[in-house]
Design a binder for this molecule. Structure first.
Ligand code: ADP
Ligand code: MG
Ligand code: MG
Length: 254
């Protein structure tokens, strides 16, 4: 079983000619087959964690380690991270003019599997995954992210998740854009890959409402650049009822 281990992760960003520490010692272990939710107030550093794991150049790791089955993830290029089995939803946020969704997916799958999927079975795989997501087959011929609505971006993200079959998936839901429809797509996708038992999921979100559709095995409260509390699904119920106030009082938040 693949294991992602984050140990004492400290991350800084440059802003306004100053270096600001955003992550202040994050510890987290995610195993294949587990579903974790990271919840926390706005500005607590959740997206910074996701970007840092994705290898975004704006974020500097100053301390700590990230390993996947003992391999140093922080030393890997973005491509190597994908090949190692890490899926980072914000990895492809850009428009890719002239590259269709279907070509993009096949190229990604080729890079990750080390060989091109056989065309006949691949077309079937894509078709089935798109049916699961109630996607119009015409979507496969559109250019990646060109004019995608928020919901279409989410569908594309989950389509990648289903087809690329990562070991560990990190989904930063950047909540503001998630309407009820997109929320359902994400939730159903997460639940479907979860049933395979082969994907470990780290679902990062501000709102507790997604937890009505996805029941995580582990819930972590993120505040002030680190995990303030961890628990089981009951912690999500507590957050839903009480919010994050208990974690942001006394200047704990970033
Ligand atoms: P969350 O996702 O929990 O809302 P973020 O990780 O987006 O939090 O932001 C945490 C803090 O780090 C905020 O104060 C934010 O302004 C700051 N921050 C994050 N990314 C950058 C960046 N690229 N440049 C400057 N400041 C940043
Ligand atoms: Mg430390
Ligand atoms: Mg965020």
């Amino acid at each position: 079983m693949a294991t992602l281990e984050i140990r004492d992760l400290h991350v800084t960003v440059e802003a306004d000619n100053a270096t600001k520490e955003i992550l202040k010692g994050v510890d987290l272990t995610v195993k294949q087959g587990e579903t974790h939710a990271i919840m926390g107030p706005n500005g607590s550093g959740k997206s910074t964690l996701a970007y840092s794991l994705a290898g975004h150049p704006k974020y500097t790791i100053t301390e700590g380690t990230v390993t996947l089955d003992g391999e140093d993830v922080l030393e890997m290029s973005v491509d190597e991270r994908a090949r190692a089995g890490l899926f980072l939803a914000m990895q492809y946020p850009v428009e890719v003019p002239g590259v269709s969704v279907s070509n993009f997916l096949r190229t990604s799958a080729t890079a990750i599997r080390g060989e091109a999927p056989k065309l006949r079975t691949w077309i079937k795989e894509v078709k089935e995954a798109m049916q699961h997501l109630n996607m119009d087959p015409a979507f496969a011929e559109r250019n990646v992210n060109e004019g995608f609505s928020g919901g279409e971006k989410k569908r594309h993200e989950i389509l990648q998740l289903e087809l690329l079959k990562p070991k560990i998936a990190i989904l930063d839901e950047t909540d503001s854009g998630l309407d009820v429809d997109a929320l359902r797509v994400v939730s159903e996708g997460v639940n479907r890959v979860r049933e395979t038992g082969e994907v470990g999921t780290l679902l990062i979100t501000h709102y507790t409402r997604i937890l009505r559709y996805v029941k995580p095995d582990h819930v972590h409260v993120f505040a002030g650049g680190r995990i303030a509390e961890s628990g089981g699904p009951e912690l999500a119920d507590k957050l839903e009822a009480e919010g994050y106030e208990a974690y942001t009082k006394g200047g704990v938040s970033a």
